[in-house]
Write a protein that binds this ligand. Structure first.
Ligand code: ATP
Ligand code: MG
Length: 180
């Protein structure tokens, strides 16, 4: 599986619809300070269901929507579409390509879609659970994260190992079963 493309519209500094395409292998995003490189990784986290505004470097969820400049009015909606190549069947869906869309409006409303079908946040979490790619995954390592892992408490380090080993889904199912 690999990231094929990401399309942003109204997300942070990406006022115009912007599509970035990636091939298999290593891709590098370069640009001057403040040009929006980290905003792209924020968009990947966000579309995969990130709920923490702090992780997204904001103070409220609305901060992901283009907030305007001297010359341009703020926008009312942010949308990110991520397309993954699933021809190796890595994700448990019978599709060679999987697209994930997240939209949010200033009113606070929003939605998620998997292959254009509306879904719940829970469905996104389940799709990426134990792949290392979801919001608890380690496919995005931000500044300071390595130090954090090294100095983490034993239980926190254990949860990192559990996610990497792919056993979180069993733990969650056990928790759910115990509740019933
Ligand atoms: P560096 O090299 O310093 O890490 P970067 O390329 O990672 O820079 P980003 O942090 O991605 O830069 O982009 C920061 C820019 O995004 C700032 O100019 C900031 O004003 C802009 N920005 C962030 N949120 C919004 C928003 N909601 N609306 C408009 N612009 C925004
Ligand atoms: Mg940056």
């Amino acid at each position: 599986m690999h990231l094929k493309s990401i399309e942003l519209q109204g997300f942070k500094s990406f006022i115009h619809k912007t599509k970035l395409e990636f091939g298999p292998g290593v891709s590098v995003i370069v640009g001057p300070n403040g040009s929006g490189k980290s905003n792209i990784t924020d968009a990947i986290r966000w579309v995969l269901g990130e709920q923490s505004v702090k992780t997204l470097r904001g103070s409220k969820m609305e901060d992901v929507i283009f907030s305007g400049t001297k010359k341009r009015k703020p926008l009312g909606m942010a949308e990110v579409c991520l397309v993954l190549d699933n021809s190796d069947g890595f994700l448990p869906l019978e599709f060679n390509e999987v697209s994930i869309i997240r939209r949010t409006y200033r009113s606070g409303e929003g939605e998620y879609l998997i292959n254009n079908a509306p879904c719940r946040l829970k469905d996104i979490h389940q799709l990426f659970q134990d792949t290392g790619m979801g919001t608890d995954g380690f496919s995005i390592i931000s500044q300071g994260k390595v130090d954090e892992i090294l100095s983490a408490k034993a239980e926190d380090r254990r949860s990192i190992i559990e996610e990497t080993a792919g056993i979180v889904k069993y733990r969650n199912r056990k928790k759910e079963a115990a509740r019933k």
